[in-house]
Structures are given as C-alpha cells and as structure tokens.
Write a protein that binds this ligand. Structure first.
Ligand code: ADP
Ligand code: GLC
Length: 498
C-alpha cells in the first residue's frame, strides 16, 4: 500500500506525483497487488466513484471520511479520502506562500485512514510504503502499536525520501492531537529543531529507508545535504539505499505525446522543429527562420532555491546577451517569479516566461527546446532531465544527486556524452557550461550524436521497480525475523515484534 500526498493524475506539485503513480503501475505490471491512498483535494476535481464512508479517529477526534475509488493503469486500486474540512481548499500544502497551519492533522489523517483501511482488508498489505514527510507517520504509527492497528503487526514499512529539505517539522504539542504523545519513545525520537519532525520518525521507525538516487543517498549522510537528519540516516546503515527514479515512458514519449504538434523520434527529428515553432508561438516569441535556428533553452521548475535560481539571478543580464532564446515555466517564490518576468519584459524577443502550473506547456517545452537547464543546488533525482534525454533536448545540469547519476558529461575529445555538466555551484561555472553547450550546438553532427545518445537510453521504471521489490523483500524478512525473535532489526524501538 502506497501512502502518498500526491499522485498523477489526481494531484501534483512536483516529481513526487509522477513517481508515486508510475512506480505503482510498474509494480502492478510486475505482478504485485498495489493500492494507493491519497487525499481528495479540491484540485482532484471530483475524482473517483463513491465507495463508502468511514470514521477515522486521529488522537481523540473522529473524522467522517468519504472513500472514493479510482484506478491507475489497469490494476492499481486508488482510494481518495474525502474530508472537505481538511482537503477542500486552495493549495495542497499551503496557499499564498504560507503552509496550512493544520498540516499535522491533514497528513495525520491521511496516514491513519490508510492504516485503518489496510487493517480492514482481508489480507493486510505486506508493505506500507510511505512517501516523504506527509506519510512518514505511517512507520511511526505502525511501530507504536496503536489500538486498532493490531492486524498490521506483520506489515513492514518502507520510507522513501524524495526531498530531505522538507521534513514536516511541527510543535511538539501536535503529537498529543495525533494520539502519539504517550507512545513510548516517539516524542524523543521525533524531536528535531525545537519541535518534532515527521520525516525523522519515518526514517527511524521504518524497516527500510530509500531515496531516489544513489548519489543523493550518499550525499544526505553528510552535514550539508543531511540537513540535521544525517545522523539519523547514518544510524540506519545499510537499511538506507538509493534507487533511481524511472519515468513513465507512455506519458513522456515524443512519438505519441498528444501535447506535441507532430510526433518525432530519434530516427526522425522533423517533428521536433514543429514543436520548437509551437513553443515560440505559445510564448509570443518570434518564429522567423533566424529564431527557429537559434538555440532554444527551456526550463520547467518549481521556483525555489533548490533549483539554482539564485545562480540564474546573478547572471540574468548575461543570459539575455547569449545567442539563445529562453523559455521558462514555473511557479514558486514571488522574488524568482518577478526576476524572470522582469527579464522577459526587458528582452521580449529573447526570453519568454509563464508563471503557473501547466502540464501541456511542460510537455511542449520538453519537445521543442534544444537544451534544458537544471542548475540545481541539490537534486534528489530530478525527472525533467530524464524527460529531456528522451525528447532529444540536451540537458545542462549541475553535478549533484540524481542529475550527476543520470546525465553523462559531454567529452569534447571523444564526443561521447548525453549533456553538459558543471560541478561548482557558481554562476561562472553555470555560464561556462552554457557557453560550451551553445558552441557545440553549432556543430550539427556532434549535436545529433549527443541527442541520439540520450534518446537511446532506457529510463523506464522496470529496472527500478525491481529494485524496490528487493527492498520490500528485505523489509518483510526483517519483520518476520523480528517476530520470530531471531534478528529484531527494523526501526528505532519497534514494538511490533514484542
Ligand atoms: P521536483 O519534484 O523537485 O519539482 P522533478 O524534476 O522531480 O522536480 O519533477 C518536477 C515535475 O513537475 C516534472 O514532471 C515537471 O514537468 C513538473 N513541473 C514542475 N513545475 C511545473 C509547472 N510549472 N508546470 C507543469 N509541470 C511542472
Ligand atoms: C522531489 C525531488 C526531485 C525528485 C522528486 C521525485 O521533489 O526534488 O529531485 O525527482 O522528488 O522523487
């Protein structure tokens, strides 16, 4: 059972939604019985068929929850939790730049409802897979031996960290409202930054911890990217692993993508030119022959510090001086949005900006751009560079986390590689990489080889889904061993085996 705060096509703010959905379908394709539970937010737009009601008690407070059934692929059963008081509002996690103050309750309910559903099924799930801080109370509640969850004693839990920058830190008092204040060890284990961290709980109490690339799995063991949880992660030793995200190769396929004006493939890139024209048109940029020939640099990103926007801010005027056109799509912090909007106003023929969340435009940029920019400060995995590789859109990335694991740096000597990579987090290093990329763009043969190398790679979920299955098997074995009293490992102070 996947417990997650977003999943395509029901709700999405970033890559988590793509991953939870595509991983579930890939696991089902391998023959596993997969269900997924998420809130029915306002933006889910009335998704699902009514499938009953249940009372879910969080702490002492009963919530009436409507259950709505849907599916993903052919076989993944989805339950959307309808609780208008908590979910029928603007924004998944917050609005107007502020987090919803009742997030502990909103995601406490998600977890408790999912576990109640799991406990009520005839064969309880062998794995409860919690994604990010929003679901991280799953392993905690399973371990705490809360009343009503006795049937889940044999279920193992896996915690996946999609982004350690979001830790779900709340005042200590929230544990009382969640019915966890009295659970032995919980308050102490979750204590973090003058409050409690849900994610710290998921890391400590799960039977296995994963993150979304091997590179990031190493990086978060250090102080810089560990963000205060590195010691907790080091404590898990070999229970922590990095599994690279895949992509949904049906949704992200230039040969069938309905958002593109014409299909294209590695063998026939003609349609990519049509996509380039369409992107320029949709941004109101010139579409004459010179504009179609000039390199088009795309960016689709949450506008937050993680994505390297301060580097771009530093060199914004130099960017506009390059012989390239820029198209940007994103939402996020007001200062970054304003930065790009100012740049577009100053350079109306060279920079196009759209502030908003727009699936169609994201596909069009992947299809039509020549280069894709991801100068991230850190990047647990990143999906857009993978989409770019598949669409013959050459990524320019910083060597961090999943970007370093997935983009092979172009080597001018051998002319091998799939993209352009810089290491130092500096505006100068980014600018140098961009200049190199733009110079190579002028060499049509070299460019075609780079595109072809990227397009030939297989980033489908199949391989990574099998890696998750291995983690699941190990987690199940550790719970069984624990129950036998042979090798009680698993998370901190697990009471399930006692
Ligand atoms: P993150 O999850 O950190 O935002 P990823 O690269 O893993 O980064 O995934 C981002 C996902 O969200 C991609 O599918 C990307 O296309 C999508 N996305 C981000 N911003 C927007 C936007 N403004 N409009 C449409 N899609 C977006
Ligand atoms: C997070 C990360 C991103 C990753 C995504 C899906 O949002 O920032 O790098 O690709 O989760 O795992």
């Amino acid at each position: 059972m996947m417990v997650v705060s977003e999943a395509v096509p029901f709700a999405k703010t970033g890559g988590l939604a793509d991953v939870s959905s595509a991983l579930s379908v890939a696991l089902a394709t391998l023959g596993h019985d997969v269900s997924l539970v998420l809130p029915r937010y306002r933006e889910a737009g009335g998704a699902g068929e009514p499938a009953g009601r249940m009372t879910v008690t969080v702490g002492q407070v009963p919530y009436e929850v409507g259950l709505y059934a849907a599916s993903l692929g052919r076989d993944v059963r989805v339950t959307l939790l309808d609780c208008p008081a908590l979910y029928d509002r603007e924004g998944l996690y917050g609005a107007d730049g502020r987090d919803h103050p009742d997030n502990p309750t909103r995601f406490g309910l998600l977890v408790r409802a999912a576990l109640d559903l799991a406990a009520a099924t005839e064969g309880p799930p062998s794995i409860v897979h919690a994604h990010d801080w929003q679901a991280a109370l799953g392993p905690v509640m399973l371990s705490a031996g809360l009343p009503g969850l006795e049937r889940l004693r044999g279920s193992a839990s896996v915690q996946t960290i999609h982004n350690l920058a979001y830790q779900g830190v709340f005042p200590l008092g929230c544990l009382g409202a969640l019915g966890l204040a009295e659970a032995p060890g919980v308050a102490c284990t979750l204590t973090h930054k003058a409050g409690v961290s849900f994610l710290k709980g998921g890391i400590a109490y799960s039977d296995a911890v994963t993150t979304v690339s091997p590179g990031y799995a190493r990086e978060i063991l250090g102080a810089e990217l560990g963000r205060g949880l590195d010691a907790s992660l080091r404590d898990r030793g070999s229970d922590l692993s990095g599994i690279l995200n895949g992509i949904d190769v049906d949704v992200w396929d230039p040969a069938t993508d309905p958002y593109l004006p014409a299909p294209f493939s590695a063998g026939d890139l003609e349609g990519k030119r049509a996509a380039k024209r369409a992107v320029l048109e949709c941004y109101g940029l010139p579409t004459d022959e010179a504009a179609l020939t000039r390199p088009l640099v795309g960016m689709v990103s949450r506008m937050v510090p993680q994505k390297g926007l301060d580097l771009l801010a530093e060199i914004s005027d130099d960017l506009a001086g390059l012989d390239a056109t820029f198209v940007v799509l994103g939402t996020g912090m007001a200062e970054y949005q304003a930065l790009w909007q100012r740049l577009a106003e100053r350079h109306p023929a060279g920079v196009g900006v759209h502030v908003g969340f727009d699936e169609a435009r994201a596909h069009l940029i992947e299809g039509g751009a020549d280069l894709f920019l991801m100068p991230s400060r850190f990047e647990p995995c990143g999906l857009n560079q993978l989409y770019s590789l598949r669409y013959g859109t050459v990524p320019v990335v910083r060597a961090t986390g999943g970007l370093a694991d997935t983009v092979r740096a172009f080597d001018a000597e051998t002319e091998q590689g799939t993209g352009f990579v810089f290491t130092e987090y500096s505006a100068a290093a980014l600018m140098a990489a961009l200049r190199t990329a733009l110079a190579v763009f002028g060499d049509r043969d070299a460019w075609r080889r780079i595109q072809a190398a990227g397009m030939a790679e297989d980033h489908s979920w199949d391989v990574s889904a099998r890696e998750y299955v291995k983690v699941y098997r190990r987690a199940v074995a550790s719970v069984r061993n624990g129950a036998d009293g042979t090798a009680a490992q698993g998370g901190a102070g697990s009471t399930r085996s006692e």
